[in-house]
Design a protein around this ligand. Structure first.
Ligand code: BGC
Length: 717
């Protein structure tokens, strides 16, 4: 298809239509179009609906086929619709929520998850997924931390990159591949107070060094689209922010794909106070470089008038439309408007046993053991009780799993019984008082209690922010009750955000199980029984108190840092709480124990184009084989801008057989020593750097190296 020629044939209305994205029901209910209230409110007529370029949120192949057929019957130029949807952590085979997945420290699993998601979604006729979410967040109050990969820019970038590669592979025209739309550009995760949709106010330095890295990695991996965020940045909503959409995306990053609003976010620049009305919103959007408008109707209703009044150059419209046509061409829609959709395949391939097996493997690595005083793994010789609000839950899919079917998931009781664990008492209760006298008598016969605690699926995700990130009081009371009764408890946490766990530290074991998807309780049973040795490490700091937020490991030093043991009062600290988190970034236990010794370097000084090798001996001290993630952090002591006390720069997740000792090597080169200035340019400055290696962001041993001073120009890349 010659899309330039096609563009020339389109009327101005038809061009603008390509920039409109509507939901399937707009097309399905076309008979009532003129009278249906919602459409009227949006100023939509049947003609406008049937000029739209794309669809949001298709349910299955049959629906896709019928919408496309109906659309093409009415379309003058036979330009097919492109179907987009939110496939976030699986289509019907649901995988761990992204926050859990990131605790695996195994980005390859993100690729595997994206592959299965793409294969399944493609059979429903979905061509584009609104994933990955690359929003970095340092605030567990924000409900959408569940959709992201944690607080670290490096880890975030690795995961987003693998997601894009998994969705698209090398060719989005192939059945089984879908195009990736990375979101929400930019810095949506820095919402003030953790309240969703709230103001964002971050410096350009922080943007480039932390918040933008994930989107950039996705684009470098070839993501075809990018979605703008709901928030303002520098006082201008991201959706009409020219600096972001043209300056950063097009000029700095050379992105040539499509930009798309978030749901209704072009219209929302009116309540933001940046446009008088939808007409002005349309004007600002097209000038800023915004292509597709999702769910609102500023372009379709006003762009024509703006062009006719010479307020907008038609070239801007043409550029945007050409990008839409190019995507359709790349997907192959002009050859086959039903690309991928197959009712037959859908019924055999979706949620197949093979896919469920992959999901279970991913879930195995997405669990974090936070505490274990010799209670885990469970023993087949002991008797256990399983109690709590989630004791019999099947709702393990988590937010954004709209095609997933919780009712098909197993309960923990079912999966543990299969493993011959004696569960003599199982009761789903929300508070201690729900346990009857008879229950308490029965409980005298058990050796330990498994408490299934947490938050329900609707308590995290979009628009689900919280000010209190403790467990509800009635849940904490279970731990206190059983401690007083002299019974050990093992807490399982089903949740979507870091909690303040300070009130349940009396539990003898704590296992973070998040929402692990279709095979959650199968994977949890494998971990609880020791079939699988846990290997996850948390990717967000778990605070001691909500008042410490934002709390993140890669913070600056301040001019008056708190030094443990030093009694100076005029330093950066709290009167009533420590600075440190309860559980630090990178922390997670295993049934094995690892020791780190003998950190050494190939040389202590390097010039710009040299590399240094850093070695450490890591030993599995136990009889149990297991994975350990060996982490490398670097500190730049002195630079033009103040640099964090440590930054993750590398890691290796390695299998250790019982008692195995390995030499682990990291290669240090200039790219690990650089940072970005406030324009996004890479800067390297000579001087002393600290290299730290260990099993979490606080359990580290370190050595210093010197990057030698050379000609100044050598350091400007
Ligand atoms: C969310 C996006 C999502 C979009 C379309 C919005 O409310 O913020 O993440 O992709 O809806 O469903």
């Amino acid at each position: 298809m010659d899309i330039n020629l096609l563009l020339k044939k389109l009327t101005i209305e038809e061009k603008i239509g390509q920039l409109l994205q509507l939901s399937p029901f707009h097309f399905i209910r076309d008979i009532e179009v003129e009278v249906f209230g919602h459409l009227k409110e949006l100023g939509l007529t049947e003609k406008k609906v049937f000029s739209a370029g794309s669809v949001l949120g298709i349910h299955n192949a049959a629906e896709m086929i019928s919408v496309q057929e109906k659309y093409l019957r009415k379309s003058t130029h036979q330009i097919p619709l492109v179907f987009m949807a939110d496939i976030i952590h699986g289509y019907e085979t649901i995988f761990p929520v992204p926050l859990a997945l990131s605790t695996s420290w195994n980005p390859k699993l993100a690729f595997d998850m994206a592959r299965v998601s793409a294969i399944e979604a493609s059979t429903a006729g979905i061509h584009v997924t609104f994933s990955p979410m690359a929003d970095l967040s340092r605030d567990p109050r924000w409900g959408r931390v569940v959709e992201g990969f944690g607080e670290d820019p490096y880890l975030n970038a690795l995961f987003t990159k693998e997601m894009v590669k998994g969705y698209q592979q090398d060719d989005i025209s192939q059945d089984g591949n879908v195009a990736s739309c990375v979101k929400h550009f930019a810095a949506y995760g820095a919402a003030e107070g953790g309240r969703d949709y709230n103001t964002v106010d971050v410096s350009r330095l922080s943007l480039h060094n932390y918040y933008l890295k994930g989107y950039k990695a996705a684009i470098d991996a070839g993501a075809k689209l990018i979605m703008t965020s709901f928030n303002v940045l520098d006082g201008i909503p991201a959706t009409i922010n020219k600096h972001l959409l043209r300056g950063v995306l097009r000029d700095l990053w050379k992105f040539d794909g499509l930009t798309i609003t978030d749901y209704d976010s072009l219209h929302q620049v009116v309540p933001h106070g940046n446009a008088e009305n939808d007409e002005e919103a349309a004007l600002k959007g097209i000038i800023a470089g915004l292509d597709i408008e999702m769910a609102s109707t500023c372009y379709i209703n006003y762009l024509k008038k703006l062009i006719e009044n010479h307020e907008v150059d038609i070239k801007l419209l043409d550029e945007a439309v050409l990008r839409v046509l190019k995507l359709k061409e790349e997907i192959g829609l002009f050859d086959n408007p039903y690309k991928g959709a197959s009712v037959e395949l859908e019924s055999t391939l979706v949620r197949s046993n093979d896919h469920l097996e992959i999901s279970k493997k991913v879930a195995h690595e997405s669990v974090v053991l936070l505490k274990n005083e010799n209670l885990l793994p469970l023993s087949t010789h002991k008797k256990y009780a399983l109690i709590g609000p989630y004791a019999e839950t099947r709702n393990t899919n988590g937010p954004w799993s709209w095609h997933g079917k919780n009712e098909l998931n197993h309960t923990l009781k079912e999966t543990l019984l299969e493993k011959n664990i004696s569960m003599t008492f199982v009761k789903q209760v929300v508070r201690v008082e729900d346990l009857t006298k008879e229950d308490l008598i029965e409980l005298k016969n058990v050796d330990a209690v498994i408490l299934a605690l947490g938050e329900n699926e609707r308590e995290s995700g979009e628009a689900h922010s919280k000010v209190d990130i403790k467990l509800p009081r009635n849940q904490e009371e279970f731990v206190e009750f059983f401690r007083q009764a002299g019974l050990d408890s093992i807490v399982l946490l089903y949740h979507g955000r870091p909690f303040d766990l300070s009130n349940i530290m009396d539990a003898k074991a704590i296992l973070d199980v998040y929402y692990l998807g279709s095979m959650a309780n199968d994977a949890i049973a494998d971990i609880l029984t020791g079939v699988i040795n846990p290997s996850g490490k948390i990717t967000m700091s778990y605070p001691r108190h909500v008042g410490q937020i934002p709390i993140y490991y890669n913070h600056l030093n301040t001019g008056r840092p708190k030094i443990e043991g030093d009694r100076n009062e005029y330093v950066s600290y709290y009167l009533d709480e420590l600075n440190t988190p309860l559980f630090p970034f990178g922390f997670g236990l295993s049934y094995s124990k690892f020791s780190y010794q003998n950190l050494r370097l190939s040389q202590f000084e390097m010039s710009l184009n040299e590399e240094i090798s850093l070695f450490i001996d890591v030993q599995n001290e136990t009889e149990i084989g297991g994975f350990e993630t060996v982490q490398l952090y670097i500190r730049d002591y002195v630079a033009t801008i103040s640099r964090p006390v440590k930054e993750l720069k590398g890691f290796q997740k390695i299998w250790f057989a019982p008692h195995q000792r390995r030499v682990v090597e990291f290669v240090i080169n200039k790219s690990l020593l650089s940072y970005l200035d406030d324009q996004g340019n890479e800067v390297i400055e000579p001087g002393r750097f600290q290299l730290m290696v260990g099993s979490s962001s606080i359990e580290l041993t370190s050595l210093d190296i010197i990057l030698k001073k050379e000609e100044v120009n050598d350091f400007k890349k």
